[in-house]
Design a protein around this ligand. Structure first.
Ligand code: ATP
Length: 372
């Protein structure tokens, strides 16, 4: 079991900050997903925790012990990469037993450990095969078995499912989660796939441009994004973000509609946004289509999903672009059995509990808290 703490940890390659100074505590037994777009510094962060990459600044603690300058092998950590490097000349059993043999463990103890992980991962039928005779999913199971067999105090996983096809990803995702629940080893899991992070993480660390944008549970980053980046990055599609001007309890939205601000938000908006410019954020499911809705738009397109329709709505009523050319296209969820013709008008209200506000100047979410 292990608690990992990063204090002001940073990495510079030449002039480039791959990771700007970050503070992060990963609790004992926790599953934390490092999530962000390509190049944001996830892998570098993981490699610094593992000891494969030296820090430029800061200190790393495992169980309160400063491991900043300890080598990878002295940190009691198992690393699982996307590209599962199994030894091709060894059988599956030999691959799994190898880390224990190289520690000089007794044969009887090795056999017990191997049997245990083989049972857990249900790979008993593969033990005599060589890696070349395994499917991608089975190779990854064996790689996991080899990591698990050492019973490390924590796992660092870098896109371990990246090379698998969609169906296997789902299976292995469930498998890794199940293993985590069975073993409760502290796990840090790097992914650029927000669905994976949301499904697996106890908490998610959202990164962008070498910095942590938010640390929170899947529900927190989804419902209460700390800033516009997280609002847009989490969810597919991301949160609708509509610019407007706040005055006297109303937001005059781009496109001409007026949104009555829920009473609980009026004071925070008045205090936090003296310039009156605001961005109103809401998820597609926060919209409720109704003939008397306060916000009006024009149907730009609609997609049928299993149990609902996703309406693409132009708030400017011009329905001519993808939202980049000044025409704001938003997404709202609607009943699938009501047809909305392209170009027709749609009106909707927003569930007040699901509306968020952002300061366009800083990009940060406006806090509901008015004290302090
Ligand atoms: P990806 O999902 O594409 O792996 P990432 O979020 O894991 O991205 P990193 O691999 O940590 O990002 O890279 C962060 C930045 O540091 C990138 O700009 C990358 O090009 C740069 N970088 C990473 N490793 C090195 C290196 N050894 N030398 C120089 N620059 C590097």
């Amino acid at each position: 079991m292990a608690e990992i703490e990063l204090r002001g940890v940073a990495k510079k390659f030449g002039d480039l900050w791959a990771v700007k100074p970050m503070d992060l505590v990963i609790h004992d037994g926790e599953f934390v997903a490092l999530l962000g777009p390509s190049g944001c510094g996830k892998t570098t962060t993981l490699r610094m925790i593992s000891g494969l990459e030296a820090v430029t600044e800061g200190r790393i603690f495992i169980n309160g012990k400063d491991v900043t300058w300890l080598s990878a092998s002295q940190r009691d950590i198992a690393f699982v990469f996307q590209f599962f490097a199994l030894y091709p000349q060894m059988t599956v059993r030999q691959n799994i037993a190898f880390p224990l043999e190289s520690q000089g463990m007794k044969r009887s103890e090795i056999n017990l450990r191997v049997e245990e992980v083989v049972r857990l991962l249900e790979i008993g039928h593969l033990l005599k095969r060589k890696p070349a005779a395994l499917s991608g999913g089975d190779k990854q199971r064996v790689a996991l078995a080899r990591a698990l067999v050492r019973k490390p105090s924590c796992f660092l996983m870098d896109e371990p499912l990246g090379a698998l096809d969609a169906e296997f990803r789902e299976v292995m995702r469930a498998e890794i989660k199940r293993l985590h629940l069975a073993q409760h080893a502290t796990t840090v899991y790097v992914t650029h796939d927000q669905v994976e992070a949301m499904a697996m993480g106890d908490r998610i660390v959202v990164m962008s441009a070498a910095e942590i944008q938010q640390i929170g549970t899947p529900a927190q980053v989804y419902h209460d994004p700390a800033n516009l980046f997280v609002a847009n990055f989490i969810g597919s599609p991301g949160m609708n973000l509509v610019p407007g001007k706040y005055a006297d309890g109303l937001v005059h939205l781009q496109g001409g509609s007026t949104y009555p601000v829920p009473p609980a938000w009026r004071l925070p908006l008045a205090i936090r946004l003296p310039g009156n410019d605001v961005i109103v954020g809401f998820r597609p499911e926060a919209a409720q289509v109704s003939g008397t809705g306060a916000i009006q738009g024009t149907i730009y397109a609609s997609d049928l999903h299993g149990s609902y329709s996703m309406l693409h709505v132009s708030l400017n009523g011009e329905a001519r672009g993808n939202g980049n050319g000044g025409d704001k296209i938003i997404h709202i969820r609607a009943r699938r059995d009501v047809h909305h013709a392209m170009g027709s008008t749609v009106r909707f209200d927003l569930d007040p509990a699901m509306v968020r506000f952002f300061d366009p100047e800083t990009g940060k979410a406006v806090s509901r808290e008015v004290r302090g």
